[in-house]
Design a protein around this ligand. Structure first.
Ligand SMILES: Cc1cc2nc3c(=O)[nH]c(=O)nc-3n(C[C@H](O)[C@H](O)[C@H](O)COP(=O)(O)O)c2cc1C
Length: 189
């Protein structure tokens, strides 16, 4: 059986991270993706990338409207193997931290928490205020993995794509998906 991964894409800057991860998961025949793209993520897709919404949705096995609270991933009885929100806006982070499931992304994240399944956030904002930090800390204490898009330079990235690939490696590692996406520390020793 394929590994079912839910991917929430919210309206923070950094849609390139979502595109890269989705492309890589599509190339892995052991993975089944279920994507939710928020309205503001759709705006950022236009602003920050040359990939169309149709193309992005076409890379997903299943995709849902963020308003469709009756979608499969809104229920804990629909079994999934992990959820990642990339990028995660501070608004979506706040909704999850308060248990306010008014969108499919925040509801699916709430389901991940109540079912004690793997939930990974890629929060993107700077500077971070105390509300953002408190919300993230609360979620981290509940076992949510917080993997901000902070580049590492030990792999000597030369391009933006190298930096993004390193983030995708961290996310796939956290999802338990074998990958050789980017250089690892001591790889070349
Ligand atoms: C161009 C643009 C960039 C944005 N970047 C961020 C960001 O990096 N982080 C963030 O938390 N919100 C950012 N926002 C604001 C969110 O899009 C906004 O809070 C929105 O309500 C998020 O909704 P969503 O989480 O349902 O996608 C940005 C908005 C725009 C238009």
């Amino acid at each position: 059986m394929k590994k079912r991964i839910v991917i929430g894409v919210s309206g923070a800057s950094g849609i390139i991270y979502a595109i890269d991860l989705i492309k890589r998961l599509k190339a892995d025949s052991t993975i089944e993706t279920h994507g939710i793209i928020s309205d503001w993520a759709k705006q950022n897709l236009k602003l920050e990338s040359e990939v169309s919404l149709k193309e992005l949705e076409g890379m997903l096995d299943y995709h849902y409207s963020n308003r469709d609270l009756g979608a499969a991933v809104a229920s804990g009885s629909f079994l999934t193997d992990g959820m990642v929100i990339v990028p995660a806006s501070m608004k979506t982070v706040a909704g999850i931290s308060m248990g306010f499931g008014d969108s499919l992304i925040s509801r699916a994240a709430d389901v991940s928490l109540k079912e004690q399944r793997k939930l990974i956030l890629v929060p993107r904002e700077t500077p971070l205020n105390a509300i953002h930090l408190e919300n993230l800390t609360k979620l981290a204490r509940l076992g949510v993995q917080i993997i901000p898009p902070i580049p590492a330079f030990y792999s000597q990235p030369k391009t933006i794509e190298d930096i993004v690939a390193h983030q995708s490696m961290k996310l796939m590692d956290a999802l338990g998906i074998e990958n050789h996406v980017s250089g690892r520390w001591k790889d070349n020793d």
